[in-house]
Ligand binder design. Structure first.
Ligand code: IMP
Length: 422
């Protein structure tokens, strides 16, 4: 398979974990390049369910190599927990899992600050995952961050951590929070460092050596286009570039080495956390929640659900350069007699086909819907595209035309075999 960047074309939770797992069979390496433990990629293999927050989902395929790139922010105790969880299930990591020495650390003060700051915003809260993502990226940009390379160097780590805890405790105090103990953090992180050290390396060199040997790579995006710090619905976004460009900066693999960008989208829309969602619908939310669907993999929060927003996904196709699209959760619509699709927005009565960059204007967007007939039959056991009900195929064809990308994969359930190539 060609070197492919896989991106979420909506607000995250598009079902990327499953598509990544499906595609990993065809590549040599899987690379993560942004975000952190805010992500939650769910993969179901047989009777086992795996939820991975930091380790690329490719790890579940034996012999594939997995890399956490420089652009990721790593919570070391969380990573150790994930590694030991996988090892307990018989997944081997030695020789196939690599962590960038330039990836920044998430420290306990990042998590405390994340929660305290978001809580202080009241109704304007972003609704972050409280995994310390924003504060960790802030420290990276402010050049105050600690990196994996520091963690595995005991003397450097001790000195830098002492300095940072002192400064961060002042900030926590100002927010009415208790100070954190340097000794406790130091002990916990040094323990994690011992487990992680053998895996920490210069992943830029590693990836380039692999490219020279013609290895094929899948860059697994976390979050989604509208959570991107630049292209998302700012400020209701995460703190990294979740769009395709982030895969290059976050791994050190240049754009000229990339062959394809694959988008992943749901057949409807969901969003977890704050911020506007023009096509939100109580009807579809209630239906999906009653089916036990659409609860966050990382936080367990119910996701807000809505009709498919073709304006938003068209925008995602544009900013990511999406060549092909995988559509997931088609089966979520199986029971509906009528399915709406948002084809344009109205702002103050004026029709627009674009996503406005200003959040205030975006919040004013009223959806313009086109209604499609449903198929009202289960698609869960269908394994070939031509066997999908006619109305389901018509719906997918219309979505492809509306977003301007070819539909190449359709998923009708969480399992590996509930996937069909178009
Ligand atoms: P943060 O990334 O924890 O700072 O959260 C910022 C926003 O992004 C919040 O609205 C989160 O709910 C959302 N978010 C972060 N990661 C994910 C994800 O993996 N899936 C869906 N939403 C996410």
């Amino acid at each position: 398979m060609a070197n492919t960047i896989l991106v979420g074309a909506q607000w995250g939770d598009e079902g990327k974990g499953k598509i990544i797992d499906y595609l990993t069979d065809k590549v040599d390496m899987v690379v993560r390049s942004q975000g952190g433990a805010n992500a939650g990629h769910t993969v179901i293999i047989g009777k086992n369910q795996y939820i991975l927050h930091l380790i690329p989902s490719g790890i579940l395929r034996p012999r594939k190599k997995c890399v956490i790139g420089n652009g990721v922010v790593i919570d070391p105790p969380q990573l150790v927990k994930e590694m030991t969880g996988l090892e307990r299930k018989g997944v081997k990591l030695k020789g196939r899992f690599f962590i960038s020495d330039c990836a920044h650390l998430v420290l306990p003060y990042h998590k405390e600050l994340d929660a305290a700051r978001d809580a202080s915003k009241g109704k304007k809260a972003i609704g972050t995952t409280k995994r310390g993502i924003g504060p960790a990226y802030e420290d990276k940009a402010a050049r105050n961050g600690l990196r994996m390379g520091d963690l595995v160097n005991p003397a450097v780590f001790e000195a830098k951590l002492k300095d940072r805890v002192r400064a961060k405790n002042k900030e926590l105090k100002a927010l009415g929070q208790k100070p954190l103990s340097f000794a406790k953090i130091h002990a916990e992180y040094r323990k994690a460092a011992k487990k992680l050290a053998p895996y920490v390396t210069n992943t830029v060199v590693l990836l380039h050596q692999a490219l020279q040997k013609k290895a094929s790579m899948l860059f697994e995006g976390a979050q989604g286009t509208f959570l991107d710090i630049d292209h998302g619905t700012y400020p209701f976004v995460t703190s990294s570039n979740a769009t395709s460009g982030g895969a290059c900066t976050g791994s050190g693999v240049a754009p000229s080495r990339i062959d394809k960008v694959l988008g992943v989208m749901k057949a409807y829309t969901t969003r977890v956390g704050g911020g506007p969602l023009p096509s939100a619908s109580d009807d579809i939310s209630d239906m999906l929640h009653n089916m036990g669907r659409e609860f966050g993999a990382t936080t367990g929060r119910p996701r807000r659900c809505g009709w498919f927003d073709a304006v938003a996904v068209r925008h995602a196709v544009m900013v990511n350069g999406i060549d092909e699209m995988a559509v997931t959760n088609l089966d979520g619509l199986d029971g509906l007699a009528k399915i709406k699709v948002c084809v344009a927005y109205k702002i103050d009565g004026k029709r627009t086909n674009y996503v406005p960059s200003d959040i205030g204007t975006f919040a004013m967007c009223e959806p313009v819907y086109r209604t499609f007939p449903g198929w009202q039959t289960s698609t869960e056991k269908i394994t070939a595209y031509q066997d999908l009900p006619l109305n389901a195929r018509k719906y997918l064809k219309a979505l492809a035309e509306l977003i301007g990308a070819r539909m190449s994969i359709v998923s009708v359930g969480p399992a590996r075999d509930q996937t069909m190539v178009v």
